[in-house]
Design a protein around this ligand. Structure first.
Ligand SMILES: [Zn+2]
Length: 523
């Protein structure tokens, strides 16, 4: 299963058009991308959409959204693997483990974040990340099996004891040592990641602010090979945004792509499932269930940052294309495999077309004005505040905004002769107005208080003529895609409930979620 967190119908149109615009006439595309009818591989896999509401709101959060997929039931916003009464519910991972399948998660946020957590943990609130991290290593019930065999993602700080300088934990448990004692193959975040400046994200989580410079540029997948159970902690907190990851002269990104991570996970799980199968009777042969999340699409949309979202969404679509190929290869070997790709909800109320001013608007939006954007609003805001705090003064500040924030020197890429167009006085003023009146008043901005980030991404959105209605989530229906023969069966076509996806997985793998729920709740 793949989950594009926060990615709605407009995000999909945006991502496709942005990709076409980026690759039109580019040298890395010798075949030429047909400008109008080209599509992502997933486009051909659309089967319908799901209604995403939770038990207590017409607008779900990621926790209730993921619990709908993992337990097949509606729960309240904030619920991690518990029903609407707060009682732990059996998840497809727990039931799959009992049937002999291997399980895994790959995410670009923290492994303790709501979406992955709902598959392997039970918590009354998504904020209980210390407990969620610990549950990854624990048996969910007496006589049960470990719920998860592979975990690749950020959030390393939740695994260090509170005495550790990088720790986010509320207790002194050292989960990295505990995991190693249990036989896990653990890869820790590279030391260059530690000490990165951090701010609070939209859900109050720790988030790397200056991610562009805070990780090791020789970073790799922390080993292509590995042993199950496998725990790869890529970063201390969330992984850096795709748009902030530098590339070398050959265009190779300095941080693993979602596509690479997904392939690493599928290879490890499929190889292990195969060797496990050959050691057991043919009738007992089982495969694996993997959840791959494009987590950061959601954060970019929370921040109403169009280019940040576009780059994350393209990385997700590229990963989905690769996963579809791998699914085909497994099916060709007779190992029946399907992919389900969907989102938990839409974030930001993104819309393509925007009325600016009172005049009746033209029917236009401009993806080409965003192709030169070189960093997330998060990083640009941090750069601007740092320059204001330590730079030489007002005159050079204006030049800095024109060149490095709005302009082509690592900024939004606007200016004379660029596809973004010339920078206006109004845009410069709007960005300068975000700064506190005195440089001594600069403090690291937190989440929605980051006025400079808001001003910068608003300049980009207005230029592209796209709109946002909220920094939170919205309640629109969400597209559902499937690939692989078995997926064409009953249960996912048309407009379904998000819970039907959990029920479908359960039926497909012949799982008994109710019996797991009973075992979880033995007093
Ligand atoms: Zn979400």
């Amino acid at each position: 299963m793949m989950i594009s967190d926060g990615y709605g119908p407009a995000s999909h149109t945006f991502a496709r058009t942005f990709y076409q615009t980026l690759h039109r006439n580019s040298s890395d595309n010798p075949d030429g991308v047909p400008p109008f009818n080209w599509g992502f591989p997933l486009d051909k896999a659309l089967v319908g959409s799901h209604r995403s509401r939770s038990s207590d709101s017409l607008i779900t959060d990621s926790a209730a959204g993921a619990t709908a997929f993992s337990c097949g039931l509606k729960s309240y916003n904030g619920a991690i693997g518990v029903d609407s009464a707060g009682t732990p519910c059996g998840t497809v991972f727990e039931a799959a483990k009992e049937k002999g399948y291997l399980t895994g998660v790959v995410v670009t946020s923290r492994l303790t974040d709501a979406t992955p957590a709902a598959f392997f943990a039970h918590a009354s609130s998504r904020a209980l990340e210390s407990a969620i991290a610990a549950q990854m290593l624990e048996k969910p019930y007496e006589g049960g099996e470990r719920t998860i065999d592979l975990a690749i993602g950020g959030g390393g700080c939740w695994f260090y004891p509170s005495s550790h300088p990088e720790s986010c934990r509320t207790d002194n448990r050292d989960l990295i040592s505990e995991a190693r004692q249990q036989g896990w193959d653990v890869r820790e975040p590279p030391s260059s990641d530690k000490g990165a400046a951090e701010v609070k994200g939209p859900h109050g989580e720790q988030k790397i602010a200056t991610s562009a410079t805070s990780f090791n540029t020789s970073y790799d997948l922390q080993g292509q090979s590995g042993e199950l159970p496998f725990l790869s902690l890529l970063t201390s907190s969330n992984t850096p945004y795709v748009i902030d990851v530098p590339s070398d002269s050959k265009g190779r990104a300095a941080f693993p792509t979602l596509s690479q991570l997904a392939e690493q996970a599928i290879t490890l799980l499929a190889d292990n499932a195969r060797s496990k199968a050959s050691a057991s009777k043919k009738s007992q042969r089982k495969g694996f269930m993997l959840m791959i999340e494009g987590s950061q699409i959601d954060l970019c949309q929370h921040q109403n940052d169009p280019a940040c979202m576009g780059r994350e969404a393209i990385a997700y679509q590229e990963a989905a294309g690769r996963v579809m190929q791998l699914v085909d290869e497994l099916n060709a070997k007779g190992e029946k495999t399907i992919l389900i790709s969907t989102s938990d909800h839409e974030t930001g109320g993104l819309t393509l077309g925007r009325q600016i001013g009172n005049d009746y608007p033209e029917y236009l939006w401009y993806p080409e004005r965003l192709t030169g954007v070189q960093h997330s609003g998060d990083v640009l805001s941090a750069k601007l505040l740092e320059y204001y705090r330590t730079g030489p003064g007002a005159r050079s500040l204006r030049q800095f905004v024109v060149g490095h924030i709005l302009g082509p020197e690592g900024g939004l890429g606007f200016g004379a002769g660029t596809s973004g167009g010339e920078i206006t006085e109004g845009e410069i003023s709007r960005v300068l107005e975000c700064l506190p009146s005195s440089r001594s008043m600069v403090v690291p901005p937190i989440d929605n208080d980051d006025e400079c980030r808001k001003a910068i991404v608003d300049v980009a959105s207005r230029r592209a003529n796209i709109g946002w209605t909220t920094s939170g989530h919205t309640g629109v229906d969400i597209p559902v895609f499937t690939h692989g023969g078995a997926a064409l069966g009953e249960g996912l076509h048309g407009i379904i409930e998000n819970t039907d996806i959990g029920k479908y997985i359960s039926k497909l793998l012949d799982l008994d979620l109710k019996s797991i729920s009973r075992k979880l709740n033995v007093k």
